[in-house]
Every structure is written in structure tokens, then in C-alpha cells.
Write a protein that binds this ligand. Structure first.
Ligand SMILES: Cc1cc2nc3c(=O)[nH]c(=O)nc-3n(C[C@H](O)[C@H](O)[C@H](O)COP(=O)(O)OP(=O)(O)OC[C@H]3O[C@@H](n4cnc5c(N)ncnc54)[C@H](O)[C@@H]3O)c2cc1C
Length: 280
């Protein structure tokens, strides 16, 4: 089985700052990490290969420094890594990103057909959760989103069975390969790299492909291929907060004050709560 994991290098969100002039993320001096959902995707791929055998190619579209995110994935068990890096890819929205990633998967399939693509559910910076479904659509693969467990791969039937999270419950579904999964963190924590794997990850060649290698029309890539752009990014204004209730000074008064505040606009709710409390 040939599995491709799409991974994205993202700024560590706890440190994200926004340039008020340009409305873009300030990336300089901010530590970059591999998107946490994507490390979970790689771990899932490694477990599948341990069970069913095969290989894992990790790909990312990003600047040259995204090389370190790929090496992190190699250190926890990915077999090969490809960095899609070219000025022509810059400024991509999710449509252009999915075109570029899908083109890379097509190119990889020329030497070894790709059976499964695993993406994170979302990237913690862009947060759109559109890229995975976009890649599946461009390739005509089945897509399984919000996957929280991979239950079975049936090589004879060429199918995969997964559990996916839906509103108010979960769903177990089976579909044929090739397919793309976008995965939830619940799928499983990534393992720690062993020393030999760390050494291998640092020594291994990471292939770098640009627009020329992908051989796709320039109008589908980067800014040219992006019908959308981010006009403004801002943090919501901090909320002022209400009056404090000092339980240490007077517990009853604090509880009464709290209840009066939350129910002051809806005495019906308070009556309902008191009624059910009296019943209990
Ligand atoms: C704050 C912010 C807001 C943005 N808002 C929008 C927007 O509203 N609309 C829009 O079209 N673009 C938006 N973008 C641009 C967006 O970051 C890029 O299009 C990006 O390449 C993919 O979108 P995403 O980050 O939302 O990823 P998501 O779609 O959330 O990522 C899902 C998964 O796709 C894979 N993936 C995503 N990007 C890559 C990559 N470069 N290489 C390999 N795998 C990848 C990963 O597996 C990831 O877990 C925004 C960017 C930022 C920083």
C-alpha cells in the first residue's frame, strides 16, 4: 500500500502575531511546528504500514524551511519526503493548494500508484479544513472526513472502513480505495522518534519539486490560481467581563448575585431550574 500524507508547517499558534498594516501573520522570529493534525495523520499511516506493509510519502507545499517538518515526519516512520517549493506556489488559497498537492500525488502515482492519502482535519493557522476534500475532488478519490478511527483495510476487496465523527454521534463507513482521509486528533498520539530514526531523518534526501517538475499550467498555481484572498485578519476585541462574585467574603451573596445576573433577562429559566431542583 502506498500512502501519501499531506503535511503543513504552521506557526506555533500560542505565539501568532498579526501585522496590523498588512493583515498577514508575522512569521519571522516565530517558531514553526508541523501541524498537530498532520503528525497524527503520519502516525496513522505508520500504523497501517506496520499492519499491512507498504510505504509512506510525506509531501508539503511550502518555503524551503518546511524541510524540517518533513524530516520530523521521516523521524517517526515516513519512508520518503517531497517538498513542493517554488515562488509560483506562493499566495495559494485552498483551491490552488489542492491543485498543487493533487498534481504531486499524480506524479508520485506514475512510479507507484497512491492508494490512500491522509491529511489532517485542518491546519491550525488557516483553519479552513478545505484542502483535504479539495485534493480528493481534484483526483476523483473517495473522501472520508473527520476520521477518528481506521477500522480495517481489506486488500482483497480494495476497501477501507473508518469511523468518522458527525454531529451528535459517529458513523462507520466503508468505501473503495483510492481514498483520502482527513483525520481528527483522537486517531492517536504520535510516537516519539528513536535515535536511529532521527539520524535517518537527518541524512535522508528530501526531493524538491517546483512548478516545472509538476508540469501543470501556471494559472492553476499560487496567487494566479487563487480566486480568494484574505482581506483582513484580526483578533476579536477582548471582552470586558462582568462584576466579580466574591464567594470568599460571602458565599450566599455571591451565589445569589451570580444567579441574579445570569437569569435577570430570563426569569422563566430560573423558575424552570428551581422547579426541577424542588422535584429532585
Ligand atoms: C489566517 C489565515 C486564514 C486563511 N484563510 C483562508 C480562507 O479563508 N480561504 C482560503 O482559501 N485560504 C485561506 N488561507 C490560505 C491557506 O492557509 C492556504 O490556502 C493553505 O495552503 C491551506 O489552507 P488551510 O491552512 O486552511 O489548511 P486546511 O485546509 O485547514 O488543512 C487541512 C489539511 O490539508 C493539508 N494541507 C494544508 N495545507 C497544506 C500544504 N501547504 N501542504 C501540504 N498539506 C497541506 C494538511 O494535511 C492539513 O491538515 C488562510 C491562511 C491563513 C494563514
Amino acid at each position: 500500500m502506498h500512502i501519501v500524507c499531506c503535511i503543513k508547517q504552521v506557526p506555533d499558534t500560542t505565539q501568532v502575531k498579526i501585522d496590523p498594516e498588512t493583515n498577514t501573520l508575522i512569521r519571522s522570529g516565530v517558531e514553526s511546528i508541523c501541524n498537530p493534525y498532520d503528525v497524527v495523520a503520519v502516525e496513522a499511516a505508520v500504523k497501517l504500514v506496520e499492519k499491512y506493509s507498504g510505504k509512506i510519502t510525506v509531501i508539503t507545499m511550502g518555503p524551503p524551511q518546511a524541510d524540517s517538518a518533513l524530516r520530523e515526519c521521516l523521524s517517526i516512520g515516513a519512508t520518503d519526503a517531497v517538498l513542493l517549493s517554488d515562488r509560483a506556489f506562493a499566495g495559494a488559497d485552498t483551491l490552488a493548494t489542492s491543485h498543487t498537492l493533487a498534481s504531486a500525488v499524480k506524479k508520485l502515482s506514475e512510479t507507484e500508484p497512491v492508494d490512500l492519502i491522509i491529511c489532517g482535519k485542518q491546519a491550525i493557522d488557516g483553519d479552513t479544513a478545505q484542502t483535504g476534500p479539495g485534493v480528493a475532488t481534484r483526483l476523483g478519490y473517495n473522501q472520508f472526513t473527520y476520521v477518528s478511527e481506521i477500522l480495517k483495510v481489506d486488500a482483497a476487496k480494495n476497501t477501507i472502513t473508518v469511523r468518522r465523527e458527525i454531529e451528535g454521534g459517529c458513523q462507520v463507513i466503508e468505501g473503495s480505495l483510492p481514498a483520502l482521509l482527513s483525520v481528527e486528533l483522537e486517531l492517536g498520539a504520535p510516537r516519539y522518534a528513536t535515535l536511529p530514526e532521527l539520524v535517518r531523518s537527518l541524512r535522508q534526501e528530501v526531493k524538491v519539486w517546483g512548478a516545472k517538475e509538476l508540469g501543470v499550467p501556471a494559472e492553476t498555481l499560487g496567487l494566479k490560481g487563487s480566486p480568494t484572498s484574505v482581506k483582513q485578519i484580526f483578533a476579536p476585541a477582548p471582552r470586558k467581563g462582568g462584576a466579580p462574585f466574591d464567594a470568599a467574603a460571602n458565599k450566599e451573596q455571591a451565589v445569589q448575585g451570580f444567579l441574579d445576573t445570569i437569569f435577570k433577562n430570563d426569569s422563566a429559566i430560573l423558575a424552570e431550574v428551581l422547579k426541577s431542583e424542588n422535584k429532585g
